[in-house]
Structures are given as C-alpha cells and as structure tokens.
Design a protein around this ligand. Structure first.
Ligand SMILES: Cc1cc2nc3c(=O)[nH]c(=O)nc-3n(C[C@H](O)[C@H](O)[C@H](O)COP(=O)(O)OP(=O)(O)OC[C@H]3O[C@@H](n4cnc5c(N)ncnc54)[C@H](O)[C@@H]3O)c2cc1C
Ligand code: SF4
Ligand code: SF4
Length: 939
C-alpha cells in the first residue's frame, strides 16, 4: 500500500472499525472484480454504513489525494465499479431504509436496497419503480441510479432520469445536499454558490445554442448512457434540478447518492405475450417500427443464432428447430389494468401486424405456464452462451442502440461484422422497441491476438454505430472504462468538452472514480483485462455476474460465491505460472471453505447453474484427512449411541438450567467456549432439550393409508428449545397429526442407526456419507414395502439429500408436501394465528416447495412475515455450533423485521430453527406444530 493509502487508512481507523477496513491480499483480490471483463485490485476496501462515514472518507480522500470508487452490487458490465485505489462498498446490512409516499406514488430508497426488493415493497399498491434492468434481483438502487440502468419495459420514459423526484447527495468535498428539502437547498445555495453558478452558466449556454441543444435532445430520443446525462443541461432551468439529474448515470464520478426518491409507475396485473417469427432479421426490425405505435410494453428481438442457442433446451417450442437459417423472432408483451383492455390491446397489435411478413399466425397467450415458457426462451439466451463457452474465455455483452428506422440495416450490418471478425458464436437479442441491441461474444483475453481482434472489432463497431447510424454506443449499461475511448466519437467535440467541464466542476481533483466515463487513454478499454484461468469445469463457466451474492449467508462475513470463485481462479493462475499461492490457500480456509454453508442456494440464482457449495464440499473432501474419515466411519457405525448420548447431554444441561435459570448455564458455557477457542459449542436458552427416545412401532391395518415415518437423527436427539413453552418433541406432534388424519404409521427397523449421511457429506466425508445413505435407503425400501408406501421425513435438508441420491423409487416427502397432500384433506381448521414468521429452508427452495410452504403457512395465520432477503440462515447442519459467526452474520437483520406482537416462527429443519430462535428472540419450530395447533380431525 502506498504511503497516502496507509495514512488514509490510519485516519479512517479512528471512526471505522477494523473489520470494515480491508486491505489483506485475499479480500482485496476478491473485491477486485465486478461483472465486467476488467479487474483492478483495490488497495483498501472500506465497507461504509452511513452518510457521515462517506462524507468523512471523501474529505480524507481529498486531504490525501486518494481516488475513491463506490460499489453497490458490483454487477456493472463496463468496468465502472473497480479501482486500484479505495473501494467504498455499501455494507450489506446498511443503506436499506425506505419510505413510501402518497399510497405508493413515490418511494424514497436508500442506495443499498436491491431493485426487486423495492418492487416488493410497492407490489401491494400496484406500483413499481421505473428502471427495470435484467439484473434487478441483484442490482442495488445506488448502482441502478448511477448507471441509469434500464430494461425491457422502461424504455426512455421510465428510467431513473425521468422518474427522479429528489435525491440526497454527498459531494466530493463531503458536503450533503438534500434536493427534497428546502432548507438543505437554501444552505447549499449559500455554501456552494460557485458550483451552482457554473452549472447554471453551462445550462444557459447550451440552451442558447439551438444546434447543440437540438443534438442533445435528439440523442436521448433513443436509449443512451454514453457519457454524462447532458439532457440535464437542456431540460431544467433550476441548477439544483440540473445537478441532481447529472448525478443519474454519472457512475460514481460526481458524487455519492445516499437516497433517491422516485415517482413510481403502475404495475398492470393483466398481461399477455406472443412469440412471432419472421423470415429474416430485417423483416422483424421493420415490424418493430409498426409496433412502436401499438399498446406494447416490451418487444424483444432474437436473431437466428440466439434462437439456435436455446432450441435444444427442455421446454422450448418445437418450431424453433425447424426455422430457416435466416429467421428471427420478436417476443411481444402487452399489459393492461383489466381484462377488457388487455383484449383490446391484443386485437390492435394483431391487426397492426397484418401488414408484416410473419411466419405463422400472431397469437397471444395469458396462460401463466405458456407465458412463462415463452419468456424462458428470451431469458435463456445469455446463459446458453455463457455456460457453453470454452474455459478461459470471457463473456462480453455489448449494448448499442440504433434509431428505430435504422434498426434493420444496423442489425444486418452487425451480423456481417461478426462474420468478418470471426465471432462465429455471437448472438443478438435486445429491447427492439428502443432500438437497443445486446450481443454476446466470448473472446479469450489471455491471447494477445484475441485482444487485438476485440480492439479492431470495437473500432469498427463504434464507427458503424456512430458514423453511419448516429446511434448510442452504450444504451443502458453505462460507459465505464469500456466505452470511455469512444465518448467523444459519439458526442462530438463540443458536447465532449461540456462533459469535461461537468467533471471539473463537481470533482476538480479528479478523485471520484477517475478514468471512468472520461479517459484520455485511447487503449483503456483493452487494459486491466480480467484473467479467467481454467480452474475446475464445475466453476469455469462463471461469468462473475454476482447474481448469486444477495442470498449467500456469508456475504457480510467472509466471501460471496462469486468471490470464492475469483480466489480459486487466482490460485490456479498463480500455480499455473509457478508462483506462490500458499498465502491465499491458507487464508481461503476460513474465508472460503469453513464459512461456506454448502447449502448450494447460490446455484438457484446462477444463470449458468454453478453450485459453489458443491465445489466447496469437493474441496473439503480433497482436504479431509484420514483421521476425520476414520472418525466419520466410527460415528456412522455408532449412530444409535451418538444420538442417545446427545439426547442425554442436552437433557442434562436443560435439567440444570431449569434449576439454576438459563443465565447461569449461559455464562458458564460462554466461558467454556472461550477457553476451548470455540471448539465447545456455546449453550444458550435456544439450544434444544433432549428428545425422548422413540420405540420401533408398527400400526398397519387400522386406517386406509399407511406411511413410513423417518424421524431424522437430528429430531431423534433434539427436542424444542429449552426456553420454548412448547415441550412436545417433533415426533409426538407428527404422531398427533397422523392420528388426526387417520393415517397408520410404520417406523423403519433399526431406526436408531439410520442417518441420511448429510452431516458427513457437508464436511466432504463422502465415503461415510454414502455408507449411511445406502443403509437408510435399504431400511426405507423395506419399510415402505418396496416403495409402495409414502415416506415422511421430518427434516427438509435430509429429505432433499435422500431424494437426490436414492437409487430406488421411494416416494419421500418432507412435512410441507406431505401435510398438504395427505394430512390436510382429512382435517378441519379450528384456529388461526394473528401473525407468524416463516423461514423457508434452502432445501425446500431447491425442491421447489417455497410457494407451497408459504401457502400452508398462510392458511394458518392472518399475517405471515417472510424476512426480506432471507436466503440460507447459515446454520448449515452442525456448522452453526462450530462457526456461529456464519449464522450470526446471515441473520443479523432478522430481529428488527419481527413486529412486537409476533411470538412464533416456523420452518422445517431443527438445526436451522435453533439459529433462527437465537437471532430472533422467538421460538422457531417445525411447521408441523403449527398445523397441529390450527387443525383438528374433520370428524
Ligand atoms: C447478466 C447481467 C445483465 C444485466 N442487464 C442489465 C440490463 O438489462 N440493463 C441495465 O441497464 N444493466 C444491466 N446490467 C448491468 C448492471 O447490472 C446494472 O447497470 C446495475 O444497475 C448496476 O447496479 P449495481 O448495484 O450492481 O451497481 P455497481 O455495479 O456496484 O455500481 C454501478 C456504478 O454506480 C456507482 N455507484 C454505486 N453506488 C453508488 C452510489 N450510492 N452513489 C453514486 N454512485 C454509485 C459505482 O461506482 C459504479 O460506477 C446487467 C448486468 C449483468 C451482469
Ligand atoms: S457463480 Fe453464477 S451467479 Fe455467481 S458470479 Fe458466477 S456466474 Fe454469476
Ligand atoms: S453454498 Fe451457500 S454459503 Fe456457500 S457460497 Fe453458496 S450460497 Fe454461499
């Protein structure tokens, strides 16, 4: 680290705790990536939590002349969220306040809120935010506004620029302006008169130059995020209005957005879609011109190469494979406030396309499954290229726009360019209604010839888009480093010098994200290219998009899935070059390996299907020593004894706590945990009582239906929490439910020795895990009369493992599915809770049961609270006992989301429930308890 960075860090340490000042090798490399194909390793990462911290950071940056780059979710594609200086990352649990105004007409959002979360807040009011990037499930408000991101529906009318009401901004000198507050504006007008005067002068000079003003207006008729938002200079007369609109799309180069108030847009509930085929891409583009005047909300274009990339995937319409070599498609969506208007829209669109040359009829569907199937084609395009590309290659998604009347000619010319430059597998898709095309190429930047090819391609592309068609070089992904060399080419000298003046006025020292948007280096777009070395086929297809990050339980503690992959790649790169990777390897042990819950939830968000948890488990297997394996085999062999001992120990501690009160035991246990350096798990009032032992049991013949009940080893040993007024074990509750529903129970022979092997598998002890699994499968096969009886397992993660790995056809269900299918039809509801918290386990999500889980809970309570951004709770089997910090970090936001009157939480995994109780302060139990409380036998 340079001397100025060291001094800056020392000053920051006076008010920012050490854990939020990161400068170690491993984590600076981990933070050196965003979703672009650039990598820059920061000297210092500061995880900021408040306006005050950002303000002081900027003042110190000024004092030490040290550049600062802001980061929200790091999903940018043009290299604007990376730096080799100071990276100010918004801490995950901070910057998440929001306020809804006027029944949802406006919403104030802090910049750390994920875009889709903002829409969840607005959904009950029939509203949403205007900007709709495809990355909305991950991208945060700060990044969405600072990139002026947009997507399929928002066009040029509903982006951040057009829907901005007001903003809180921290300027380069650390001062704060709230444009929604008159007093703040007055104060700012006094303290920053020269800045406002300069802005006003610029705006007046542009507005009095009709040619320049007309050019600027013209450029924003189509999507444009190249350079600064110059339209702010023609659209407003009040300099504060101009200032706040200049911040939109400024990519962190003019100031920090600490709050934004948007005017929201209507979210119409009725929608229908149609996939229309055309003989060639030019004909499709001509149809877009017709559709522009129609009540359409989205028109997505896909060229033949794009359609071909998905035609073999499951669920794709058969026509795709039969299309000619030149064909293209438009996916059209229309929305309406009611059914009648939807029908009118469809009629109007169909009539308008009578004059177009289409292949087949234009028919719409509003049937959810068919509708989803159509959009699956469009959504599958980018992953299809990303997942099958050669290892070691990057994924480059470009983002240009043509005026609509030139879309046909521009698209054809683009296809010809791919052929000329040898980009054979490139695909074109995009938001045709706005003339916005994305295309994907996959160059190998470790090869200098490939870098030159990309360079030449970009030169030709930019000349074609600008000189021939007066288009936009970045329609929605923003300039970054990628398009910085071409900003002047697109805008011309006069407009470009306006942009230079803007930067000079806001950031005279050039300390805010320097080199982004404006850059004098004509080669900046081919420098700092990200290395993508081959590591392991299981993760090589990672495009470092970051979509997996929001649900990872370790994201605020150690590394995210993306960062784990970044480090594994770096280790491979070093090792391939004969360099020393030992430091990274040893740091990765805790950061990457031990603090991964290995739940695999990341795979559910990954566009190319990577399960980072599986990769970590395979690393654990590689590293598992012989002793661990011997211990695992021993444990498996003595499973009955171990569950018995666990039961006994828990019962003993619980007994003592009943006599002494829980505080006494908690204190002693805390001390023991410290003395053992964390090896002895800490006992607290949320630890379970010992469960009562279950005897072999068979009751076939009494009722019509018989089921096999397999209580997991966890529920056989752990009862409810010591502090929970409910004292019955889960097994007793399951028996009660089965009896109410009139279902006979079979308990498998040798139950005490059975385990699905999950505790071993998650530690990479695969042989012992497999042995346990096979024994359990054999016992359940036998008990279920060779698969003819359903089997209920009371623990979701165990059920998932068995469903995935059993070789025989055994109908296994966890409580949610089992209760819905077999129990509820025989019961009547007698009680409803006012409110409850629901935690849907990762395994339930992965088994596709999230909606059913919610539906079941909602049948029992007037209000079901689903904690936001809840993914994995981080307890991870028994990891919560050995690494409680992971559980603590994952659930840090839980308690404040639970309203005062809410007294009960439900889930379907006992160990997860321990952590959930501990971090919420209310008991969490299996959903079976809730059903037992709310339902009685029908007769
Ligand atoms: C697969 C994929 C699909 C995508 N699809 C789209 C799409 O359809 N449309 C689209 O527009 N984009 C798309 N993107 C690009 C990107 O996701 C969006 O631009 C997104 O809005 C960036 O948000 P973020 O939270 O990741 O911001 P980041 O990448 O973290 O930051 C974006 C910029 O904003 C600055 N910044 C961050 N926070 C602040 C703040 N509080 N104040 C000031 N500056 C700040 C950063 O310095 C950076 O320059 C896609 C990306 C991927 C990987
Ligand atoms: S693992 Fe998947 S979701 Fe995560 S960064 Fe890589 S490609 Fe994106
Ligand atoms: S398995 Fe879980 S903890 Fe591990 S990287 Fe994936 S989401 Fe994160």
């Amino acid at each position: 680290m340079s001397e100025r960075h060291l001094k800056l860090k020392a000053e920051l340490a006076a008010f920012i705790p050490a854990e939020r000042l990161i400068d170690d090798k491993l984590r600076t490399i981990a933070y050196g990536t965003d979703a672009s194909f650039y990598r820059m390793i920061p000297k210092l990462v500061v995880r900021v939590v408040s306006e005050d911290e950002v303000s002081q950071l900027l003042q110190l940056a000024h004092q030490y002349q040290t550049p600062v780059t802001f980061r929200a979710a790091g999903t940018s594609l043009s290299g604007q969220a990376v730096t080799d200086s100071v990276l100010a990352v918004m801490e995950g649990n901070a910057w998440r306040d929001y306020r809804i105004h006027n029944g949802g007409e406006r919403i104030s959002l802090q910049p750390g809120i994920v875009g889709s979360q903002a829409n969840l807040y607005l959904a009950p009011l029939g509203r949403k935010i205007g900007p709709d990037p495809a990355s909305i499930n991950t991208a945060k408000i700060g990044g969405i506004a600072a990139n002026n991101a947009s997507g399929m529906c928002c066009g040029v009318a509903d982006n951040s620029y057009q829907t901005l009401e007001s903003m809180r901004i921290i300027l380069a000198d650390g001062s704060v302006l709230d444009t929604g507050n008159e007093q703040s504006k007055r104060k700012f007008a006094e303290s920053h008169k020269p800045l406002l005067d300069s802005i006003q002068k610029m705006a007046e000079s542009v507005q009095s130059n009709p040619e320049l003003a007309a050019r600027i207006r013209h450029k924003y008729k189509i999507k444009n995020t190249t350079g600064y938002s110059l339209n702010a200079l023609v659209d407003f007369s009040d300099p504060i209005d101009t200032l706040q609109h200049l911040l939109i799309g400024s990519e962190g180069t003019l100031g920090f957005i600490s709050q934004i108030t948007y005017r929201t847009v209507a979210e119409h509930p009725y929608k229908a879609s149609s996939l229309v085929f055309f003989p060639d891409v030019a004909t499709a583009c001509e149809a877009v011109v017709i559709l522009k005047g129609q009540p359409v909300d989205a028109v997505e274009i896909m060229d033949r190469a794009a359609l071909r990339s998905v035609e073999d995937k499951p669920g794709m319409p058969a026509e795709l494979a039969g299309l000619s070599e030149t064909a293209a498609a438009l996916l059209i969506e229309t929305r309406a406030a009611d059914k009648d208007h939807l029908i009118q829209h469809i009629d109007s669109i169909q009539m308008s396309l009578d004059s177009a040359i289409t292949i087949g009829e234009v028919s719409f569907t509003n049937v959810p499954e068919k509708f989803e199937a159509l959009w699956k084609i469009r959504k599958g395009l980018f992953p299809s290229v990303g997942a099958v590309r050669a290892s070691g290659t990057a994924v480059v998604i470009e983002d240009i726009a043509f005026p609509l009347e030139s879309l046909a000619a521009g698209t054809v010319e683009l296809q010809q360019m791919f052929v000329r430059h040898g980009y054979d597998n490139s695909i074109i898709f995009g938001h045709a209604l706005e003339g916005n095309l994305h295309f994907v190429i996959t160059p190998d930047f470790s090869d200098a010839i490939e870098v030159k090819r990309y360079h030449d391609f970009m030169d030709e592309l930019c000349h074609m888009v600008v000189d021939k068609y007066d288009g936009s070089l970045k329609a929605e992904h923003s300039t970054g480093r990628n398009m910085a060399p071409y900003v002047e080419m697109e805008w011309g000298h006069d407009a470009y010098s306006l942009m230079q003046q803007i930067k000079q006025i806001f950031d005279p020292q050039n300390l805010l994200n320097p080199g982004v948007i404006l850059n004098n280096d004509p080669e900046v777009h081919v420098k700092n290219l990200k290395p993508m070395p081959a590591t392991d086929p299981a993760i090589d297809s990672c495009i470092e998009c970051g979509f997996c990050e929001p649900i990872c339980p370790s994201r605020n503690l150690s590394l995210t899935p993306r960062q784990r992959i970044v480090i594994l790649r770096e280790i491979s790169r070093l090792q391939a070059g004969g360099e020393d990777a030992s430091h990274l390897l040893s740091e990765f042990k805790w950061q990457g390996e031990e603090t991964c819950a290995a739940d695999g939830l990341c795979a559910t968000r990954c566009p190319v299907g990577i399960d980072t948890g599986a990769k970590i488990k395979s690393l654990r297997a590689d590293n598992a020593g012989k002793t661990s394996q011997r211990v695992a085999f021993f444990a498996d062999k003595h499973m009955g004894a171990i569950t018995g001992i666990t039961r006994g120990m828990l019962a003993t501690v619980n007994g003592i706590s009943r006599v002494t009160g829980p505080g006494f035991i908690e204190a002693i246990s805390g001390g023991m945990t410290k003395l053992s350096s964390g090896r002895l798990p800490k006992w607290d009032r949320w630890m379970p009582r010992g469960a009562s032992a279950l005897k072999p049991h068979q009751s076939i013949g009494k009722n019509k239906l018989s089921v096999v009940y397999f209580p997991s080893c966890v529920s056989r040993s752990m009862g409810t929490a010591s502090d929970d007024p409910e004292q019955r074990d889960l097994q007793q509750v399951i028996f009660s439910l089965l009896e109410k529903a009139g279902i006979d129970v079979v308990i498998p022979e040798g139950l005490n020795d059975l385990c699905c092997g999950l505790p071993f598998a998650s530690k990479g002890l695969v042989d012992a895990a497999e042995q346990a699994l096979q024994r359990t499968e054999a016992a359940l096969w036998e008990a279920s009369c060779q698969g003819s009886l359903p089997v209920l397992c009371d623990t979701s993660p165990c059920t998932e493992r068995m469903v995935q790995n059993f070789s025989q056809e055994i109908k296994l269900q966890e409580p949610v599915e089992f209760i819905l299918e077999h129990v509820l039809p025989h019961l009547k509801q007698v009680h409803t809770l006012d409110s409850m918290v629901l935690h849907i386990t990762c395994s339930s999500r992965k088994m596709g049961l999230a909606d059913k889980f919610l539906q079941l809970a909602q049948s029992c309570a007037k209000e079901v609270i689903l904690p936001e951004e809840e993914g994995c709770c981080g307890f991870a089997g028994d990891r919560g006992f050995t690494h409680p910090e992971l559980n603590g970090a994952a659930l840090a936001n839980l308690k404040k989301q639970i309203p005062a009157g809410c007294k009960n939480g439900y889930s379907n995994s006992r160990t997860c429930e321990i952590g959930l109780s501990r971090h919420s302060g209310i008991p969490f139990r299996s959903i079976a308890y809730l059903i037992d409380q709310c339902y009685e036998a029908a007769e």
